[in-house]
Design a protein around this ligand. Sequence first.
Ligand code: FAD
Ligand code: SF4
Length: 338
Amino acid sequence: MKENVVIIGGGPSGIEAARRIRNFGYTPILIEKELRLGGHLAQWDRLFPEGVYAKEVLQTLLSDMDGIKWFTDVQILTINRLKDTYVIKLTNGISVQSKAVLITTGFQLFQAEKKEEYGYGIYNHVITNADLERYFQNRKDSRIDDPKVIGFVHCVGSRDEKAGNRQCSKVCCATAVKQACEIKQLYPDATVYCFYMDLRMFGRRYEDMYLEAQQKYGIRFIRGRVSEVSENHEGRLVVKAEDTLFGRPLRLSMDLLVLMSGIVSSHQSQELAKMIKLPVGEDGFFLPQNTILEPCKSQKQGIFFAGACTGPKTIPESLSEARAAAVAINDYFNTMTE
Ligand SMILES: Cc1cc2nc3c(=O)[nH]c(=O)nc-3n(C[C@H](O)[C@H](O)[C@H](O)COP(=O)(O)OP(=O)(O)OC[C@H]3O[C@@H](n4cnc5c(N)ncnc54)[C@H](O)[C@@H]3O)c2cc1C
Ligand code: SF4
C-alpha cells in the first residue's frame, strides 16, 4: 500500500510539494484551513519581476492534482505520534495517519492598524499592499477614487523593533516597485512616491524593474521614514516624512497611501508549533534542523517544512523548497525501509 504524506497548508508550497510527493509514489493528503487552495498566491494579481498573472501560475499548479487528496475549510484538532506514525484529527471529524508530515503553513501579513501613526483603519485613503492587489484583481475599492498623488510606505511592521519585528520581509521592496508601476499604468497623470529605508532589489531583473520605475514611470523614490499621517478638512491625507538624503522635512498632501505590510509568522503556525512541540525562532517562524544543510527538516523525526513558514520567501523560492522537501521525505521513507 502507498504511504500517506500529510501536508498542512494548501498554498503554493503545499500544492507543489503534494505534486512532487505524488510523483515519488506516495499519497499526499493536503489540509487547508481556508475554503479554497492557493494561499497568498490566490490573493495577488500580477507577480514581480515579469508581471505574470498569479492566477495563471495557480491554475498551472492546480491543473495536475491527480492522485492527491485534499480537504479545505478544515483545521488540525490534535496530532499525536504513536510509534513512527502521526495520527492527525481534523475538525471535519476525519482522522488521518502518516509517517511523514510536511508543514507549509506560510505567513500572515503584519496588521497595519498596529502602526497607528499611519492611520490604517482610521483614514479612508490609507490601504495596504494586499488591499491594492485585490483592487488590481477586481478594480473595486471605494477608497481608491482617481488618485492624483499616491505614496507607498516601505517596511511597515518590518525592520521595526517597536512593532516587534526586527527582520526584513524581503519581498515588499520589489512588491512596492511593481505596484507603483502598475498604479501609474492605471493613473498615468498621478505623482507617485515611494518612501524607503533601503531598497532591497535582490533578485535577477529586479534592478531593471527599479530603473524602469524611475525612467519610464517617473516614480519618485524618497529615502526616509514617514513619521505621521493625518487628514485635512478636504479629506486629503497629509503625510509628514523626512528626506534623509537631502536632510529636509517633507509635508505632502496625498489621495492614497499604500502601506507595505511585512511578512510575519502566522498565529496558526504558532499554535501548530505548540501542538507538536516544535521550536520557533524569536521571529515566530519555525526553526529547521539546520538552516544551510537541512532547511526542510524540523527538529522532530518525520516532520518537514517548506515555504514561507520558516521565513519570508518569494514564490520561486517557496516552490523550490517544496521540491526539496519532497526529496527529503522520499529519503526519509527510504532510510526507514533500509
Ligand atoms: C503583498 C505581497 C505580494 C507578493 N508578491 C509576490 C510576487 O509578485 N512574486 C513572488 O515571488 N512572491 C510574492 N510574494 C511572496 C509570496 O506570497 C510567498 O512566497 C508565497 O505565498 C509563499 O507560499 P506558501 O505556500 O509558503 O505560504 P502561503 O501562501 O502563506 O500559504 C500557506 C497556506 O497554508 C494555510 N494554512 C496556514 N495554517 C494552516 C493550518 N494550521 N491548517 C491548515 N492550513 C493552514 C493558509 O491558509 C494558506 O493557504 C508576495 C508577498 C506579499 C506579502
Ligand atoms: S523588503 Fe524592503 S520594504 Fe520589505 S522590509 Fe525589507 S527593506 Fe523594508
